[in-house]
Design a protein around this ligand. Structure first.
Ligand SMILES: NC(=O)c1ccc[n+]([C@@H]2O[C@H](COP(=O)([O-])OP(=O)(O)OC[C@H]3O[C@@H](n4cnc5c(N)ncnc54)[C@H](O)[C@@H]3O)[C@@H](O)[C@H]2O)c1
Length: 415
């Protein structure tokens, strides 16, 4: 098959590579000229896709900014961003812009699948009318479906192939066409009755995580007051073989999904005069966690008879999670801002993030950073860092990720 992928980011690029690896021709379309140039020169900008994977598919995978090239594709999959506006409402401009461009080149018989995470109703109420500006009707002249992306960047135990794929079509035939498409690259495709059910299933998955992370973040604050080790409690509960699923506390929730997606559903619910309390409460607790971590840093410095003002604080890891360089919505950004407001001299070390341009900071070497700090805070625990050595070298270490559980030292504090 010939498949078009619109939006070549964390979602679109791995999918494009998966289709190419399965022997299909892929046209990747993006509005970012730097990404197109990088891909066409065999350079990947996504950690999970090595340059060698692009090189191996150079004959089958090509990037372009020209929508006209999508005309010859049998299926087009849309993977553009779905962020929030400044007032925390869904920002569908990337989606509507890409749909408008697509409507101008849409061909009879083509299948269009939306993969971007969004509220129930988006495919039918927002995407379909724009595509129908082509003069063709969805379900009759072209096919339309929603299939949520479940990728977890950095994860190696599950792949595009081994993660079951959900699809919901605007008609049974659209669903069947989407099923056929994904069976080319996925071992299991689950067909739902509507795109709305598939849209909501994705939001349920993310809200489930957000709520459970909020629960353990709140527990970490309570444990601090009770003088109980939250990690010991979680590990103990995790020995139960049924009825418990482990989530770990941390410095707050980041990334393009968990801090954003639940509010897509809250928005839709409000349209129906319904106020989903779990979503708002989990968001509130998780958003307060970076400030709580700054409070813990201030208390740790105070114990060492130091003020935050003028203290040198080294953050270890600033991306939103281990093993990736994505800093979108990373709690580290808020921690840097709050520490600076208090007058701390902040530096950071992150092998995946060369700079934080909004703060004018570049990643410093680990040894040099530890030598020149009053306190090291483990914000994101990247692999291949010897945290025992960190505790040994830093005057004071505070661990927000529980990676020093095996270490006991007088200069070590944990969340
Ligand atoms: N990153 C994840 O882990 C993840 C997981 C599951 C679902 N999702 C969802 O998938 C969607 C995409 O997320 P992402 O992380 O890949 O985003 P991303 O920012 O990494 O990639 C999106 C790409 O779309 C391009 N783009 C923007 N407007 C465009 C347009 N009009 N036409 C063509 N290309 C355009 C951007 O240049 C960018 O390369 C979002 O809805 C997100 O919520 C993301």
């Amino acid at each position: 098959m010939k498949i078009g992928i619109v939006g070549l980011g964390y979602v679109g690029l791995p999918l494009a590579v998966a289709f190419a690896e399965a022997g299909h021709e892929v046209i990747g379309l993006d509005t970012d000229a730097r990404k197109i140039e990088a891909l066409n020169n065999g350079r990947s900008y996504i950690e999970d896709i090595p340059d060698s994977a692009l090189a191996a598919q150079a004959n089958r995978l090509r990037a372009t900014s020209n929508h006209g090239e999508l005309e010859s594709c049998e299926a087009v999959i849309v993977c553009v961003p779905t962020p929030l506006t400044g007032s925390r409402e869904p920002d569908l401009t990337y989606l509507t812009d890409s749909a408008t461009a697509l409507s101008r080149v849409l061909q009879p018989g083509q299948l269009v699948v939306l993969e971007s995470t969004t509220y129930p109703g988006t495919t039918r109420e927002r995407l379909q009318p724009i595509l129908e500006e082509s003069g063709m009707a969805a379900g009759r002249d072209f096919h339309l479906a929603f299939s949520p992306e479940r990728i977890d960047p950095g994860r190696t135990d599950y792949s595009v192939r081994s993660t079951p794929k959900l699809v919901g079509g605007v008609t049974p035939e659209s669903a069947a066409r989407a099923q056929e498409l994904y069976e080319l690259v996925c071992d299991r495709v689950v067909v739902l009755s509507t795109p709305e059910a598939a849209e909501l299933a994705k939001l349920l998955e993310n809200i489930f995580r957000s709520v459970n992370i909020a629960l353990v973040n709140e527990l970490s604050q309570l444990c601090d007051r009770l003088g109980i080790d939250v990690w010991e409690v979680i590990e103990a509960a995790d020995t139960k073989p049924f009825g418990f699923m482990r989530f770990d506390p941390g410095p707050g929730m980041g990334g393009h999904c968990l801090p954003v997606d639940p509010f897509y559903l809250a928005f839709k619910a409000r349209e129906h005069d319904f106020y989903p309390e779990f979503i708002e409460l989990a968001g509130k607790v998780n958003r307060a966690q970076p400030a709580y971590c700054v409070d813990r840093i201030a208390r740790a410095l105070n114990e060492a008879e130091k003020a935050v003002k003028g203290s040198r604080v080294l953050l270890l890891g600033v991306s939103y999670k281990a093993g990736v360089g994505d800093i979108r919505e990373s709690p580290a950004l808020e921690i840097v801002g709050l520490l600076r407001q208090l007058g701390a001299e902040v530096s950071f070390h992150d092998p995946f993030v060369p700079e934080l341009s909004e703060f004018g900071l570049s990643s410093v070497g680990l040894e040099e950073g530890l030598r020149d700090s009053d306190l090291a805070a483990i914000v994101t625990a990247h692999p291949d860092i010897d945290y025992g050595a960190v505790v040994g070298a830093a005057p004071l270490t505070i661990d927000f990720r529980g990676v020093t559980r095996e270490i006991e030292a007088p200069n070590l504090i944990r969340l």
